[in-house]
Design a protein around this ligand. Structure first.
Ligand code: GLV
Ligand code: MG
Length: 347
């Protein structure tokens, strides 16, 4: 294990100083763009005003013969667009692919100062993060990049889940982690072809009644265990957990439930793969105005965060004060980007 004193030193002479705290950014949805398609690239300036993060996807879903065009397209859209406070991310190809070295070297050379976060797929262990960390430091030094490019891991292999704590704390470059339910299902040999969401056959049933008759069945959450592990690993390491993709665009209700379960468990955002999922993510990952109003009541009633009070019949103490602070802090961050919600929160 690296010693604490060494942990925050740059990994290459001339590379920027690693960050001690993550930048405070609103990241309710990471919106995926296939950058080899000119028609979709043309929409990016408008998109950048509507979403929290624009991600140029270079990995899965980009055909092998379009990998170079996607990389070039991403560089072009990154250069052509003013992203303001909207994040600019990319998902590079996996470390064992023939495209990834060009992805990393060309992107840092061309747009190193504009790129906020690199999403790394199929992370199995801390060694994958260490490799990218070192390479990025060398390239940042070579191209005089001024701020460190952060790394976001996709949790989508069984080995990665086994090593989730080590991945979360592998480097000060770690921004966060997303659950990748499609690759993870394949890696674990789960018997589902869905991308996220539930499965009608994963359920518990009620005991048989004395009179016979049909037994009540309740669908269970296939992803609860992994999301909970990921949230604990990320929270303990001071980085951000996200839910990943929801593949059934024809079922917005199920998408919303999947996103909300992740939000309630501690995730800060999810991927949007289709424009219709942007509004869902905004709705889910912005706290409910009624909840914000109640949280503000708690903070007001306990100005120094200690003691115990009753509000609307509910006991409040130091711990609920901290819960209230999570909700109000998030609402304040949302309010900086969303004037409608700012008004509803009364800020
Ligand atoms: C995302 O990359 C997934 O595999 O679900
Ligand atoms: Mg995947």
């Amino acid at each position: 294990m690296k010693l604490p004193r060494q942990f925050f030193k740059p990994l290459a002479i001339g590379a920027p100083q690693p960050l001690r705290e993550l930048p405070l950014r609103l990241e309710r949805m990471i919106h995926f763009v296939p950058p080899h398609l000119e028609k979709l690239r043309a929409k990016v300036p408008q998109l950048a005003r509507e979403v929290d993060v624009v991600l140029g996807n270079l990995e899965d879903a980009i055909p092998a013969d379009a990998k170079d065009a996607a990389r070039a397209g991403f560089i072009e859209m990154a250069r052509a667009t003013d992203f303001g406070m909207t994040g600019l991310w990319t998902r590079i190809n996996a470390l064992n692919s023939p495209w990834v070295l060009d992805d990393i070297t060309q992107l840092v050379a061309a747009i190193g100062d504009k790129l906020d976060v690199i999403m790394l797929p199929k992370v199995d262990g801390a060694w994958d993060i260490h490799y990218l960390d070192q390479l990025l430091a060398q390239l940042e030094a070579k191209h005089a990049v001024k701020k460190p490019i952060l790394i976001h891991a996709i949790l989508e292999t069984a080995e990665g889940v086994n090593n989730v704590e080590a991945i979360a704390s592998a480097s000060p470059r770690m921004h966060g982690m997303s659950l990748g339910p499609a690759d993870l299902a394949a890696s674990r040999a789960m018997k589902t072809t869905r991308v996220g969401g539930g499965h009608p056959e994963y359920k518990v049933i009620a005991d048989p009644g004395a009179a016979g008759g049909p037994r009540a069945a309740y669908q269970q959450d296939l992803w609860h265990y992994t999301i909970a592990r990921m949230v604990d690993a990320c929270a303990a390491a001071g980085i951000k957990p996200f839910y990943g993709p929801f593949g059934d665009f024809s079922d917005p209700e199920a998408c919303e439930v999947q996103f909300r379960n992740a939000f309630l468990l501690g995730c800060v955002g999810a991927w949007s793969l289709h424009p219709s999922q942007v509004a869902i993510a905004k709705r889910v990952f912005s706290p409910d105005p009624a909840e914000v109003a109640f949280a503000q009541k708690i903070l007001k009633a306990m100005p120094d965060g200690t003691g115990a009070v009753m509000i609307d019949g509910k006991m409040q103490d130091d711990a609920t004060w901290k819960q209230a602070k999570v909700v109000v802090d998030l609402a304040k961050l949302v309010a900086t980007k969303d004037p409608d919600l700012a008004a509803q929160y009364g800020f």
